[in-house]
Design a protein around this ligand. Structure first.
Ligand SMILES: [Zn+2]
Length: 333
């Protein structure tokens, strides 16, 4: 039995239950919030609202979320601890870094020399979050909250020098610790294949990687190429109808299950309780289904209606995320 790191401390892998593999709680712009906090309002109100949303999610039959809010998305784990103390839902938090183009100047000014095998400070920070725990946090038994996944992103701009550096640093932290990797991609420009190539060059076992946002495309040739290399597909943006509607997303999953790939699919919404990138509160008018309950209420019935079996739903929601998170227990390699 492997213990899985959550915000309230390690839990046995079998207690993860049904897992949404990519949900944020807060996505924030810290420097804006520090200077212009009016919209955020009362801290207690925001924390209480988030706990309410997560308790609704737990009541809908989901037991765990993976929150891949890395540096660049306003990560602040002490606030997540406040929320976690008010819900039975398990929350697995991330280390890593989210950028489409450049790194923050802090890291740009600390670029490792080309030669000599110096460890990138990005890797040092990621490993610290995984091995020692995240600064400023404490679980119930007084230990720090440890990151359970490593997050990185590759969007339309592709492998810019800083994005490639980030991917390699994530891969190196993964190799040291065994902590699994989860990603953001721009699916239509096939960025998942770029990520797999860099990870392979770094010696990563691709079966310990979720290539995120694969659910944003119905290009089965692209998805098959990622699957053939062993990674999980993140079918993880249910409710973001601008890329694909729920009906289209369900259709792709049903077809992949028909082809026998259910053991490589994970489900989620990429939703949040509060995201300051968007004016107003979720769910938004144009995206009425972009909230935590869409999968429980609408997507699971739609999958069953499209010919996916209840066993296949459990494989995607229970078995796959459990195997993925428990792979951290195998350690580095
Ligand atoms: Zn996300």
């Amino acid at each position: 039995m492997t213990m899985i790191e959550t915000v309230r401390g390690p839990v046995p892998e079998e207690s993860l239950g049904r897992v949404l593999a990519h949900e944020h709680i807060f996505v924030l712009s810290p420097e804006i919030q520090a200077n212009y906090p009016e919209e955020w309002g009362e801290e207690e109100t925001r924390v209480a609202q988030a706990a309410d949303r997560l308790n609704e999610l737990k009541a809908s039959g989901i037991d765990t979320i993976i929150d891949p809010t890395a540096i660049g998305l306003g990560r602040y784990v002490p606030r997540i601890s406040e929320v976690a103390a008010r819900t039975e839902l398990n929350i697995v938090v991330a280390t890593g870094l989210y950028t489409f183009n450049e790194l923050p100047h802090y890291y740009r000014g600390r670029r490792p020399p080309r030669e000599g095998g110096a460890v990138d400070i990005l890797t040092t920070h990621f490993v610290q979050d995984i091995a020692e725990g995240v600064s400023g946090t404490a679980t119930g038994d007084g230990r720090k909250v440890k990151a359970g996944v490593i997050k990185c992103a590759t969007d339309q701009p592709g492998l810019t020098p800083d994005v490639e550096r980030t991917l390699r640093a994530c891969a190196q932290a993964h190799r040291q610790t065994g902590c699994p990797i989860t990603t953001h991609t721009h699916a239509r420009s096939e960025r998942g294949l770029d990520q797999q190539r860099v990870f392979t060059e770094e010696g990563v076992d691709l079966s310990r990687v979720v290539i995120g946002h694969c659910g944003d495309t119905d290009d089965l040739d692209y998805l098959s190429k990622i699957l053939e290399q062993g990674s999980y597909l993140g079918m993880d943006r249910f409710g973001i109808d601008g890329y694909l509607t729920t009906e289209q997303r369900v259709g792709v999953i049903a077809e992949l299950c028909r082809r026998g790939f259910e053991s490589q699919l994970v489900l989620s919404h990429d939703a949040s309780c509060y995201i300051d990138w968007i004016a107003g509160e979720l769910p938004l008018g144009p995206l009425p289904n972009w909230h935590y309950l869409h999968i429980s209420n609408d997507v699971i019935p739609a999958l069953l209606g499209a010919g996916v079996s209840p066993e296949q739903v459990d494989v995607m929601l229970v078995d796959n995320p459990r195997r993925y998170l428990a792979s951290a227990g195998k350690g580095g390699y």
